[in-house]
Write a protein that binds this ligand. Structure first.
Ligand code: DHB
Ligand code: MG
Length: 227
């Protein structure tokens, strides 16, 4: 293990640093601010991606020249809006939300942002919607219940082409992902998800741990090499 030769600050600064970079590099426009306020008004859980993470997804899209994007787990559409704004003019996002109330609020937020034409919101269980979608997608963001991540990965592969980027949110969960004896179904799902990626020769992948306003978590980032 490498010991960093720079000072490693504690968690009290993580959110402050997020806020500083966010203001400089990923400021929220009025549509994103509206979405967060509307989500709060309507009682949605506050586990949207951070603004810096939304911008990261937008940058991944631009790096991979993504035109068709799939999101599994819409919540209130905050990440959806970040990504929809990064699409080229002919691009589109398909997003799937299981919770009817969350989907209703997401729809309001997407409409408010004037993005309804680029975003197709499916209401229902992702495992029922995924088989109905046309392949391929250029970028797939997996951010729903982690229990089903292994199934979402199977569908992501079916809906991919060589070059498709697959991003999995919440892949670290405060370090719990490395606990082989965890009985948390989310951790079990994540561990299987990572194991499947690791053994799949069609995929090249990495993991990035993150700290910030959402505490300690991280992303798995994979690219489909061949199918
Ligand atoms: C949870 C889900 C998320 O997608 C997230 O980013 C953070 C937390 C959760 O269900 O606890
Ligand atoms: Mg998430």
């Amino acid at each position: 293990m490498r010991i960093p030769d720079y000072p490693s600050q504690g968690s009290d600064k993580w959110a402050e640093v997020d806020a500083w970079f966010s203001e400089k590099l990923a400021p929220e426009d009025s549509d994103l601010k509206y979405a967060l306020a509307n989500n709060a008004d309507q009682g949605l859980p506050t586990h949207d991606v951070s603004s810096l993470q939304g911008k990261m997804l937008a940058i991944f899209m631009q790096m991979s020249r993504a035109v068709r994007v799939l999101e599994i787990g819409t919540l209130g559409g905050y990440s959806t809006i970040w990504m929809a704004k990064a699409l080229p003019p002919h691009g589109s996002i398909t997003t799937i939300e299981f919770n009817e109330h969350h989907a209703e609020v997401a729809s309001q937020n997407i409409n408010n942002a004037g993005l309804a034409e680029r975003v197709t919101l499916h209401r229902g269980a992702a495992l029922e919607v995924l088989p109905t979608l046309d392949a391929p997608f250029d970028l797939i963001f997996i951010d729903a219940d982690k229990v089903n991540n292994p199934h979402y990965l199977e569908w992501a592969m079916r809906l991919s082409k060589p070059g498709t980027v697959i991003v999995g949110d919440n892949s670290v969960r405060g370090g719990n992902v490395i606990d082989p004896s965890s009985e948390d179904p989310n951790v079990i799902g994540l561990r299987k998800f990572v194991g499947m990626i690791s053994e799949d020769e069609r995929l090249e992948a990495t993991a990035v741990q993150t700290v910030g306003e959402k505490g300690w978590d991280g992303f798995v980032i994979a690219i489909v090499k061949t199918l």
